[in-house]
Every structure is written in structure tokens, then in C-alpha cells.
Design a protein around this ligand. Structure first.
Ligand SMILES: [Zn+2]
Length: 73
């Protein structure tokens, strides 16, 4: 029995399985980036996502602060 005997249907689907590509980071890679359609997307967690803008970061912090306030009430 060898791997080459397996039908291609047994291949694990590549979609939806993408953790942060940072070494030793086990976070879910919820933030993808691809420079073009010809390039497969790369995925990172928010902390390691290298393409976030200041606006995005600010919005996220405001969201976190808002959640924090709600929890404290
Ligand atoms: Zn990460």
C-alpha cells in the first residue's frame, strides 16, 4: 500500500484551513492577504497581520474598548 494508490478524492480540502503563518503562533489566521488573484492568499491572526492599517487598528481598539465597557456594567 502506498500513497500513490489513493484516489485524489482522499486529499484533504485546502480551503478553510489556515492558521496564522507566523512560526509558533497557534492562532487562527482570520486575516488573509493576497497581492493578486494569481497569488494564493496568506493568512495571519490579527496580531501578526502585516497589512493592517492604522484605521483598522484604531477601529479594532475602539471595538475592544466598547466591549470592555459593556462587560463592566
Ligand atoms: Zn499569529
Amino acid at each position: 500500500m502506498s500513497d500513490t494508490d489513493k484516489p485524489t478524492l482522499n486529499k484533504a480540502p485546502q480551503m478553510y484551513v489556515h492558521y496564522c503563518e507566523e512560526d509558533e503562533c497557534m492562532e487562527w489566521g482570520g486575516f488573509g492577504f493576497s497581492p493578486s488573484k494569481a497569488v494564493p492568499s496568506r493568512w495571519w491572526c490579527w496580531e501578526h497581520f502585516p497589512h493592517k492599517t492604522n484605521e483598522q487598528e484604531k477601529a479594532l481598539m475602539e471595538k475592544l474598548n466598547a466591549t470592555d465597557k459593556v462587560l463592566k456594567q
